[in-house]
Design a protein around this ligand. Structure first.
Ligand SMILES: [Zn+2]
Length: 224
């Protein structure tokens, strides 16, 4: 099933409310809804989610049951704290390997073998990784969670922010890697294709760069 982008989804500046691309570049009709055995909980820094270059919204568009929580330094989100104790879920915090080493020694490391019938809830701190480390240190309720540290095998395909190192994955690529660890390679490929097409259209529609859309990604998405 494709998620439709209805005209009412467009905000007054003409951008789609879901993918935030200008209407003529909207990718929502291409984004499949994945039937995954995991869900994603994004803890967002208030400076982050509304940035047009944020890719958390792509996870939200493709993965059912994605939840967003606003992070606050002083007051943890009540709903998140109660979900972390909900026996229906197995919460797993995702961290890129280069930062995970700082916190890993005292953590249980999650792998697929640890799945125990509960729904896996992958938690991503949706911020720059520098902010994410700070947020983690200031959030005791995150510090006892199992951790999955991700080491990308390939350079990031995300190309919308300057001064990024190519081995640093964007939020949606982190989610894609987690899906691979879960054994859901097809969902990983779909989400990476969404990121690729999003980057192509963003650079074309917002930066005026003439770009060919990545034919392989379009094929993957059209195949569902
Ligand atoms: Zn859209």
């Amino acid at each position: 099933m494709k998620s439709e982008c209805q005209p009412r989804k467009h905000s007054t500046d003409g951008a789609c409310r879901q993918c935030r691309l200008p209407e003529h570049a909207c990718i929502c009709a291409l984004i499949p809804r994945a039937d995954s055995s995991a869900c994603f909980w994004l803890i967002t820094h208030d400076k982050e989610f509304d940035k047009p270059t944020n890719t958390g919204k792509l996870i939200q568009a493709m993965m059912p049951d994605t939840r967003l929580f606003n992070w606050s330094r002083t007051v943890p989100d009540e709903q998140l704290v109660s979900l972390l104790d909900d026996p229906a879920y197995q919460p797993v915090l995702l961290f890129p390997a280069e930062y995970a080493v700082e916190v890993q020694s005292e953590k249980a490391c999650w792998s697929r073998q640890a799945m125990d019938g509960r729904k896996v809830a992958f938690i991503i701190i949706d911020a720059t990784w520098q902010q994410a480390r700070k947020m983690y240190r200031q959030s005791p309720y995150l510090q006892n969670l199992d951790l999955l540290s991700l080491k990308p095998e390939e350079p990031s395909i995300y190309s919308l922010r300057r001064n990024r190192q190519s081995q640093h994955l964007c939020t949606a690529e982190v989610a894609a890697q987690a899906l691979e660890q879960l054994g859901e390679r097809h969902h990983r490929q779909l989400l990476e294709a969404v990121v690729q097409v999003y980057c192509d259209r963003y650079l074309w529609a917002r930066k005026g760069q003439k770009r060919e859309e990545d034919a392989r990604s379009i094929r993957i998405l059209e195949g569902g």
